[in-house]
Write a protein that binds this ligand. Sequence first.
Ligand code: ARG
Length: 276
Amino acid sequence: MTSVLTRPDLIPERAPTRRHYVMCPPTHFAVEYAINPWMHPGTPVDRDLAVAQWDTLRRTYLALGHEVTVVDPVAGLPDMVFAANGATVVGGRVFGARFRYAERAPEAEAYRAALPLPYTEPRFVNEGEGDLLVAGDVILAGTGFRTEPAAHAEAARVLRRPVIGLELVDPRYYHLDTALAVLSDREIAYLPEAFSARSRGILAGRYPDALVASPVDAAVLGLNAVSDGRHVVLPAAATGLAASLRDRGYDPIGVDLSELLKGGGGPKCCTLEVRT
Ligand code: ARG
């Protein structure tokens, strides 16, 4: 069988769309507590380097033509740089976050204040776009470590989209956006090993042509990627994943966020999309 790899004319032409992102600089970033296996309190963090790496990510989005709104960082909230967890915004409506751990709880209010749109306060724990990924007309929703299953139904009601629940089973991949990347409305990349058998079945059924990532690429948080439909911003170390993306007609753009990886986050964690 001839594959797209040997038939360049079969590689689809990918069309990017302009996005609006919210980001928060790691001015107060530190590893002061451990709420995921990547975090080792006491690990020295080079904050200037963290800010410089973050700024490269911001400039990458601007160079791609996207809009970036920068939110003021709050002292005492070292994880606030991970903007994806601050809310989920779909159709101009904000579904607020409710964090699992007390250390991050005040971030919900900070992001609420930064998003001047109709807001719904959540009843159940949900960590925003860390676990609620918009994929075309549906929302893929993670649970297992942070977001509660009851939050999935709540998200469906507030955001008016069908929600497909997925169970994460590996603590290294504690948010859905560490184990699965939405590449386009119909295409995803994911690490099957990060999901329960049942959820793997759901993903295989819904996305038979998904890009299956290798454990090596996932282990550098390669799946913590941001796609505009064509350009995929991902950790530079995920070289295998970048090659697979190129084979499918995407433009992978590697960024180095090594300082933020000490908090268990990558490019997608630093990025909250505003969908109007
Ligand atoms: N230290 C943060 C936490 O464990 C990292 C959050 C990463 N964000 C993400 N969207 N995966 O909560």
